[in-house]
Design a protein around this ligand. Sequence first.
Ligand SMILES: CSCCC(=O)C(=O)COP(=O)(O)O
Ligand SMILES: [Zn+2]
Length: 204
Amino acid sequence: MSTDVSTLDLEEAGAVLAAESARFASFGWMRGTSGNLSVVLSRDPLRLAVTASGHDKGELTPADVVLVDERGDAVSGGRPSAEAALHARVAALTGAGAVVHVHTVASVALGRRSPGGIVLSDLEMLKGVGVPAHGVEVTLPVIANSQDMTVLGDRLEAARDVRMPAVVVAGHGLYVWGDSPRQARHHTEVVEWLLELELTGTGR
Ligand SMILES: CSCCC(=O)C(=O)COP(=O)(O)O
Ligand SMILES: [Zn+2]
């Protein structure tokens, strides 16, 4: 994973996250006020722009974003996502430049069906997350949910498959990351496609 850092300022990051969020919401992946997004603005010290907590993610404005530190604590203004600390942990751990969290039905259903992880292979779509289409088996990890972001971060770190930029949180949703908001979105769309296929029972 690249360590490229966005050149956006906080307001520009807010505009990008609002647009990405509206797109995910239009897919039905951020119903109610669920889900949250972030983009890394600086690496040292680690600073992320994270969506504000409790908003309808289909209606965010560029101002609905909060600057947080490596612990997910607000550095300036507003109340950051309740999951900001996990975004910061993922960014520090993986070198990702952007993190997406969505509440999709497929991720929750499959997390329930395959609590040990979701095995994927022999699908052209795997190339969309950098995995060869044939001859390689990868596991999308499923970790138990927690309200404690440090616990969730420890579980994600222990379970992650470095070849897969994503983790399912059981009974909760999906975390996906990428070098940039655009790549994180592409990874999210690909992983969700793989989950939906798996849900049909025809994945393998
Ligand atoms: C009905 S959403 C429950 C909280 C959650 O899991 C989520 O993704 C949204 O939290 P945020 O604080 O980012 O609004
Ligand atoms: Zn959530």
